[in-house]
Design a binder for this molecule. Structure first.
Ligand code: SF4
Ligand code: SF4
Length: 295
């Protein structure tokens, strides 16, 4: 089983639309949405959730109101301003303290110094992840809780589970919609992958981001390819990107023209290749062929 990870320097390059089209074109694949900050592959693949699991990204403090003696030591010590004096009264004091779960960074200092042993330290539930059926095959995806930060740990978990399922189902390919950018989640998305496809667009920021993402993938020694989406909106910039790619020794394996079919397909919750058999679909099919030849 091979793993293809599709990434981009930033959001909005059409990465997820291309992954959805690949899902349509692949014959024997499992899919993973690792763009957990802006997960929208599900909008096109319309998963039917089979199994749901809680995701814990770490631990958090919580104060047991009945045990708190209201000394305020925890609030003095918390460097993250996560403790408030707004808890209920108990048998001893008129007011107690509480932990704001959004601000708590799980440093455990308050737990260690509470004189009344009133602070618990438990797994925090930061989101959920799912194993689902789609019309193209099994998909593993996630939803982070409100105000939770993108998590490399969640990305790693989703990839691991998707790989396990691909092995069980005897699939040839795992297609991963990776996190954008160059931070921890994208590193978690690509580490150990067989092939990375970088989707970019012909803008100055696209060119700049592409260089950084390409260097990142090269640092992991993973074969990397480039697709330029909406190449015809700025042919000169597309040429510059191709020139940059040559300098990085990376192949541009696809150029996809601008077409409103991308938006129309999104509205109808289908992939571009399901929506149209037109020229843009041929561009994507050519890209897909080149990507699969590269394994
Ligand atoms: S340190 Fe412990 S006892 Fe003191 S306010 Fe905080 S939770 Fe309550
Ligand atoms: S665990 Fe650390 S961050 Fe969380 S409330 Fe206690 S002192 Fe503050």
């Amino acid at each position: 089983m091979k793993e293809l990870v599709v990434i981009s320097g930033k959001g909005g390059t059409g990465k997820t639309s291309i992954v959805a089209a690949f899902a349509n074109l692949a014959q024997n694949a499992v899919f993973a949405d690792c763009d957990v900050d802006a997960a929208d592959l599900h909008l096109v693949l319309e998963p039917r959730v089979k199994q749901t699991f809680d995701f814990s990204g770490g631990k958090q403090a919580s104060i047991i109101a009945e045990k708190c003696i209201g000394c305020g030591k925890c609030r003095q010590l918390c460097r993250f301003d996560a403790i408030n004096f707004n808890g209920p009264a108990n048998d001893v004091v008129a007011g107690t303290f509480t932990v704001d779960p959004i601000s708590c960074e799980g440093c455990k200092v308050c737990v260690q110094f509470c004189p009344a042993d009133a602070i618990e330290f438990n797994d925090s539930i930061n989101g959920q992840w799912f194993i689902s059926d789609t019309r193209f095959g099994t998909m593993v995806h996630a939803r982070l809780g409100i105000a939770e930060e993108n998590s490399g740990k969640l990305v790693t978990l989703i990839r691991k589970e998707a790989k396990r399922i691909a092995g069980e189902e005897k699939k040839d390919l795992l297609i991963v919609d990776g996190s954008p950018g160059i931070g921890c989640p994208v590193i978690a998305s690509i580490a150990g992958a067989d092939l990375v496809l970088v989707v970019t667009e012909p803008t100055l920021s696209g060119k700049h981001d592409l260089g950084r993402v390409a260097e990142l993938a090269a640092g992991f020694n993973i074969p990397t390819l480039i697709a330029i989406n909406k190449f015809d909106l700025n042919p000169e910039m597309s040429e510059q990107i191709e020139e940059d790619a040559r300098k990085h020794n990376i192949k541009v394996v696809g150029k996809i023209r601008y077409d409103k079919a991308f938006t129309k397909a999104q509205i109808l919750k289908c992939s571009v290749t399901e929506y149209t058999g037109g020229a843009v679909a041929e561009d994507i099919k050519a890209l897909w062929r080149n990507v699969t030849y590269a394994f």
